[in-house]
Design a protein around this ligand. Sequence first.
Ligand code: CIZ
Length: 303
Amino acid sequence: MSAEDLAGRVRNLARQRGALILAHNYQLGEVQDVADFVGDSLELARKAAEARAKLILFCGVHFMAETAKLLNPSATVLEPDPNAGCPLACMLNARQLRGLKAAHPGALVVTYVNSSADVKAESDVCCTSGNALKVVGAQPRDREIIFVPDKSLGTWVASKLGRELILWDGYCPTHHRITADFVRQARTEHPDAKVVVHPECTPDVTAIADEVASTSGILRYVASTPYKEYVIGTEVGLLHRLRKLHPDKRFYHVTPFADCPNMKLNTLEKLLWSLEDMEYKVTVPRDVAAKARKALDRMLEYV
Ligand code: CIZ
């Protein structure tokens, strides 16, 4: 079956089942193209929370589908491949976070959404890379802040806000493959291009970029600047969306190695099977869900 036929079948079955298909900016191009909505985790969280549909097919990684379920508990949330995890989210568990809290009594806990529901349940408020500056910046100055689990993002937030944060040694393996050497090489190959990187990159990479932004921030930067060429330092899936939105501009990735193997587990075949078999349903234990939802709701209060 051609990719076009498959996409048609996914769309038809989604319509029959009344399913809303949400896809992250890092998904395969053909998956983004069948989705009702494509966005970053904050935009997808908002869509999931507001969705009227009783069925959501979530194409991203597990913590994102879990977030959709937390924010819309009455909807059935399906993920096409339950193995699509997030190594960063696995770098901190609830027991470890409780240990960190015990070592810093009185500290507020700001947790990046790239984390499990168990970890969110131990947190005061969540953030995404798109709103981390706003969320951390809004916390009282007289309180210590634990920021978990991404150390690179936390380091960038701390430097932008001029505020010390207690960090955890977690990182995104995909973004850490974007090295300063690759950035310098890309600048040599594309001397007229602006270099825009994600704050999950290491500090030596963010230090030499022209702009540091989340995926939605990168999309806004490209839309609002007159340049014709951009070198993009984030997961390669974002280039599909950028090229589609701006056919008049040129986009290069810093390195093709910034390709998240988990994000790419979702294929059109798996989307179709997921809708046919109503698999794999995302569930979160009730006691964890209630606490985790509070941390997410607090994040959504920041516009
Ligand atoms: O927050 C997200 O969706 C991620 C993982 C990256 C980004 O900047 O959009």
